[in-house]
Design a protein around this ligand. Structure first.
Ligand SMILES: [Zn+2]
Length: 444
């Protein structure tokens, strides 16, 4: 009897250890998020009736948020952080670009970083991500894409992951109805490819449609604004060509000035700076010069103006409006958009539910309605529609039912049944990757 009881007890102890670790890990993520994803503006807030009326007719697009990282269930309205589905819907945000930051550190400086720190690993361990994510970066991006897919599946139509031109067109046409919202998946830093150009296809198959070339350090493909000043590498050039050909938007936020110059010299599709400020307002290495802003405009692209103090030069709405005004003066009204950096360990004046305050502030600053509509969403929508791939409807549905797209090379993002009804990831030969096996859905 004892011999039988022991393993049962051991399983019990193991299970409670797992639950304790999950709970502790969740609490740790929550603690970090409460401390760093802060909202500074008044709550409740007051805006004019004219602003409310105009805002109710807008389909807002925001080009950058890190909300997938924090382990919150984004279907529920959170009491921390900036973004979840209820708050996006309440704020009239029709499309939120959701970024995968696969390697970051609180210790990063503004310049001269190498890639030695890896705090995403601690998030992965704390939140119980699959073992493959503990050391490698590509599985982290796949895990975050799967979080977004799970959100879509569980949302009863309130949230969709947009991957094609047709899907975006359909979604944005009905957007001001205010019942649903959508996300578009973005890579923040090409280090997510784990150094392999071929991995771009895996990210594309997983639904990623925006590619930020660098984040806080230089990688195999591109130099970072916070690194050592280098530009696009030869493989970075191939990466850009491929991403453009497949319908992924190139994002130069966090790129070094040399990388931005290289990209603008060879880009054939509209380029974005998804979340940034302007050097003409806040002069730091992370922000765009007037010349770079004009270069992005020449590609037909947009500059996503951020909401956080460091990029804006000061804290609060007047600084955001000042940066938007400067970007409009330099690049033109067709080339300015929003790049909040919500949930990116930043303090911002309002979360997604309060973005009507920006519409109000732009009205007060003298922008007319067409200009506000352009900035708040139409410009970003134009760029995404121009770049996103066009896939036949039948293929779109088949692809979303299996959880991803095949770009022709054989998808690795297959929801193969493993007997337990759970999804597993299979490699190109169809063999199951045990260390890529996903856990349960409770940890979203
Ligand atoms: Zn960023």
């Amino acid at each position: 009897m004892r011999r039988r009881a022991l393993p049962v007890a051991a399983v019990g102890v193991g299970l409670s250890a797992l639950l304790v670790r999950r709970a502790a890990g969740g609490a740790a993520s929550a603690l970090v998020e409460r401390r760093f994803n802060v909202t500074t503006g008044p709550r409740p807030f007051a805006v004019s009736a004219a602003a409310r009326d105009l805002h109710s007719r807008l389909a807002v697009v925001d080009l950058h948020a890190d909300s997938l990282l924090w382990g919150r269930d984004l279907l529920r309205r959170g009491d921390r952080g900036h973004v979840d589905v209820p708050r996006l819907v309440e704020g009239g945000v029709a499309l939120q670009v959701l970024a995968a930051s696969t390697k970051i550190s609180r210790r990063h400086k503004l310049e001269g970083n190498d890639d030695r720190y890896d705090d995403v690993r601690w998030l992965a361990l704390a939140q119980g991500w699959p073992p493959a994510t503990w050391r490698r970066l590509l599985p982290r991006a796949l895990h975050l894409a799967r979080r977004a897919r799970s959100l879509e599946t569980r949302s009863s139509g309130r949230f969709a992951v947009i991957t094609t031109h047709e899907q975006l067109h359909r979604h944005m046409s009905g957007a001001p109805a205010r019942r649903a919202t959508a996300g578009l998946l973005a890579i923040e830093g090409a280090h997510a490819l784990d150094g392999e150009l071929a991995n771009l296809e895996i990210l594309f198959d997983a639904g990623y449609r925006m590619l930020g070339l660098a984040h806080f350090f230089d990688n195999e493909f591109a130099g970072s604004a916070h690194g050592f000043g280098r530009g696009l590498t030869p493989s970075g050039r191939i990466l850009l060509e491929r991403a453009e050909a497949w319908g992924m938007v190139i994002d130069v936020a966090h790129s070094s000035p040399a990388t931005i110059d290289d990209v603008l010299a060879i880009a054939t599709r509209p380029v974005v700076a998804s979340h940034t400020g302007m050097r003409g307002v806040a002069d730091n290495i992370r922000n765009l010069s007037d010349e770079q802003a004009r270069g992005i405009a020449r590609t037909g692209g947009v500059i996503g103006i951020g909401f956080w103090a460091h990029a804006m030069g000061g804290e609060g709405l007047p600084w955001i409006v000042r940066s938007i005004r400067h970007a409009v003066n330099v690049a033109g009204i067709e080339h300015v958009a929003l790049g909040s950096d919500w949930d990116g360990t930043v303090a911002v004046p309002f979360d997604a539910s309060g973005i009507v305050q920006l519409t109000d502030a732009l009205l007060t600053d003298g922008f007319d309605e067409p200009a506000i509509a352009s900035i708040m969403g139409l410009n970003a929508r134009r760029v995404l529609l121009a770049v996103l791939p066009s896939l036949p409807e039948a293929e779109t549905q088949a692809a979303s039912s299996k959880g991803g797209y095949s770009s022709g090379g054989g998808s690795v993002w297959s929801a193969a049944a493993d007997g337990s009804g759970r999804e597993v990831l299979v490699d190109r030969a169809g063999a199951e990757r045990a260390d890529w096996r996903w856990g349960d859905e409770s940890n979203q």
